[in-house]
Every structure is written in structure tokens, then in C-alpha cells.
Design a protein around this ligand. Structure first.
Ligand code: SOE
Length: 378
């Protein structure tokens, strides 16, 4: 019989919905040792907290996160608020002995991230950061192929994350819906929001990054601020491209922008090894493209693997072979791994310590964007 795990959700936006959906679904599909209970949701705006609680089935609401963290009936705190609040909440939750599931990126910068990693380790509480793309079955399959040595020596890693939602100069910055554009709340722009995903996947698939050189740009220099009503300078990077050298000797290019007209959320990655290459694309997320040079010459070519079979990662838990799943399922998978890990005293990745490595790469990228120099990571 699964034990209960009482969840205290802080936040009520897009990510709080994605995580709440995972808490609601996980026991229907995965045989995990815990059953999340939606105990309380917290938002400063009580009406919004109540509406969120009613939609998702949370039993109670709080309007002060400190009260939620102090509640004896909360086992795990889920941090789904802007990045500038992650550190303070995580430190308080760790001190209160709660398990912590934190939305990405871990923190505003690696100094904060290091404090958070140290706090959860000192308190001995389970912790994880929601870098969900690792749990898309095709990406998890890519990891398996790489770990089996099928790619051989890796020469190149290429990742791109493109969006187009901030092109209009009339779009304001700040406030509930647009905090991602406000450097005081977000810490950075596409580097912490989108490239952080690419970096997390890259570190997982291809190991550590040694150094980087970046260029960043802020195309719209001033925007009206939703909280002050004044036109204020924009402090985030609207676009960022960087080169990286991995510790395994491979070379990488990473690019992200919110100014790629026509692209809403296109995350692609490609890895080229001496034996084989793989490609993956978020718009076709259930497919993994694979080219193996050791195939018979006349038949050699790119295969498009439909990652929907029962023996593909996570897929045996869903429908019948051939039927697809989507974006939201990656959160269910990550939660299932977290709950399994809780029972077995094994941390589900990425932990705060793992996510700190991504944060260090982001810091190096932003520093290189400012100085136009190669910067060593960490
Ligand atoms: C930004 O638009 C965003 O929602 C990110 O914050 C998410 O992490 C990414 O998965 C999709 O895009």
C-alpha cells in the first residue's frame, strides 16, 4: 500500500499546473511507493489560490509561504514561483525538514544555488529540480544509447531552443505573467529560462562542460514595467548563443532566443559520434533519429525510431505500443522517479547538486556575454 506524501504547492502558474497534473496522475500509471496528496496551495492572492485549489483538488489554501512551510501536515514543498524566491523558500523548507521539488532553474545564480544544495544536504531532505526534458522517453532512450557506447567518441553537441513571444516592443515586463522578462525576478533571460534546459540535458548526456564563449543581446532595451507603471531598462538577455568545450573533448554550439519568428518552443539537439549520431526535436518529441555507421553500407541511413513501444523508457506504463504521449507526461515520469527514489533512499536526478552544475554553466555564459572572453565553468 502506497504511503501518503502531502504536497504543499507554492505558486499557481503554468508550472504549478504541470506539476499538479503529475501529482494527480502518477499513481494511476506508475506503481510507486508514495501517493501524493494535494494538501495545500499557496498564493498571495487568496482568490487565485482558492480558484487553483478548486480546479486541481487542493484541500486548503495559504497566502503566506512561510505558513505553508511551517505546517506539520506538509511533507514536500513544491516551489513554482519566480526564480528570485527559490533560495529563501528552499532554505526555509530544508530547515523545516521538508522534501523539496523546485522548478528550474535552481536559483538566480550559482552562489544562491550552492547555498541551496548545501542546505538540503545538511538537512538530509530529498530534493529535485524539475528539468523535465530528461524524462521525455526519446531523450531517455538517447541517454541509454550513449551509455551503451553506441555513439563512440563524441565530436559534436548541438542544441537550440527557439521562441518568438517577446518580439513586440509593446509587451510590458514584470508582474505575475511576465516576470520572466524582469531581471530582478528571473535573474537572466533565455540563458536561465531556456538554455538551462539545453545545458541540463547536455550535462546529462555528454558530461561536464569545461569552458564557454558567448554572445548575448537585448533587442528591446526598455519596456513598461507592470509593477511600477514606468518605462524601465530591460536587464535580461533576449538571445544568447555560445560555444562550449566539453570535458570529453567534444565541441558544442548552443543557441536560444525569444525572437525567432514562427517558433513557439522548438528545442532540438544533435550529437555526432564516430560510430553514430542522434537527433531529437521537441515538436516531434516521441521520435528519436538515429544514424549508425556500422549498419550494412547499402542500407545505411537515418532511422526514425517511434519511441512508443512497451520496452521503451516509461512507455510500458501508458497505452498500447504505437500510441503517443506528450509534454505533460515528462513531469509524471520525473515524479515517479522521485517517489521511487524516496522509498529507496536514492535521489532522483537532477538533485540540487546536479542542477548547480547547470547554474554554473549559465553563470559562465552570462559572464562571457558581458566580457566577450572565454570563461572557465565554475
Ligand atoms: C518559457 O516560455 C517556458 O515556459 C519555460 O519557462 C519552460 O521551462 C520551457 O519548458 C517552455 O518555455
Amino acid at each position: 500500500m502506497a504511503r501518503t506524501l502531502n504536497i504543499g504547492m507554492i505558486g499557481y502558474g503554468f508550472m504549478a499546473r504541470a506539476h499538479s497534473n503529475a501529482y494527480s496522475k502518477v499513481n494511476h500509471f506508475f506503481d510507486v511507493p508514495y501517493r501524493p496528496v494535494l494538501k495545500a496551495v499557496c498564493a498571495r492572492d487568496e482568490a487565485k489560490a482558492k480558484a487553483f485549489a478548486a480546479t486541481w483538488g487542493y484541500e486548503s489554501v495559504e497566502t503566506d509561504w512561510r505558513k505553508l512551510v511551517a505546517r506539520k501536515d506538509i511533507d514536500a514543498v513544491d516551489i513554482c514561483v519566480p526564480n528570485n524566491l527559490h533560495r529563501e523558500i528552499a532554505l526555509a523548507a530544508a530547515a523545516a525538514g521538508k522534501a523539496i521539488l523546485c522548478e528550474k532553474p535552481l536559483a538566480m545564480n550559482s552562489d544562491e544555488g550552492a547555498q541551496m544544495a548545501a542546505a538540503v544536504e545538511a538537512a538530509g531532505v530529498a530534493n529535485m529540480v524539475w528539468y523535465n526534458y530528461r524524462r521525455i522517453p526519446a531523450v531517455t532512450l538517447a541517454k541509454k544509447l550513449i551509455d551503451e557506447g553506441r555513439l563512440g567518441r563524441v565530436f559534436h553537441y548541438r542544441a537550440v531552443f527557439l521562441q518568438d513571444w517577446t518580439i513586440s516592443a509593446d509587451l510590458p515586463q514584470g508582474g505575475t505573467a511576465l516576470w520572466r522578462l524582469d531581471v530582478a525576478a528571473a535573474g537572466s533571460g533565455v540563458t536561465g529560462d531556456l538554455l538551462a534546459h539545453c545545458i541540463d540535458t547536455a550535462l546529462w548526456l555528454n558530461g561536464g562542460i569545461d569552458r564557454v564563449t558567448a554572445m548575448t543581446e537585448t533587442f528591446v532595451k526598455e519596456r513598461k514595467h507592470n509593477l511600477t507603471g514606468k518605462v524601465e531598462p530591460v536587464g535580461i538577455d533576449d538571445a544568447c548563443a555560445f560555444l562550449a568545450r566539453f570535458k570529453n573533448g567534444s565541441l558544442a554550439t548552443f543557441e536560444s532566443t525569444r525572437y525567432a519568428r514562427g517558433h513557439k518552443a522548438l528545442y532540438t539537439l544533435e550529437i555526432n559520434g564516430d560510430r553514430a549520431s542522434i537527433q531529437w526535436n521537441l515538436h516531434d518529441l516521441h521520435r528519436l533519429s538515429y544514424f549508425d555507421h556500422r549498419d550494412e553500407g547499402t542500407l545505411r541511413g537515418w532511422r526514425s525510431i517511434h519511441v512508443t513501444d512497451g520496452d521503451h523508457p516509461y512507455m510500458g506504463r501508458w497505452w498500447v505500443p504505437g500510441l503517443q504521449i506528450g509534454y505533460e507526461h515528462s513531469f509524471v515520469h520525473q515524479l515517479a522517479d522521485f517517489l521511487d527514489g524516496l522509498a529507496n533512499d536514492q535521489a532522483a536526478s537532477p538533485t540540487f547538486r546536479d542542477a548547480l552544475e547547470t547554474q554554473k554553466v549559465c553563470d559562465a555564459v552570462l559572464e562571457s556575454g558581458r566580457t566577450a572572453q572565454w570563461v572557465a565553468v565554475g
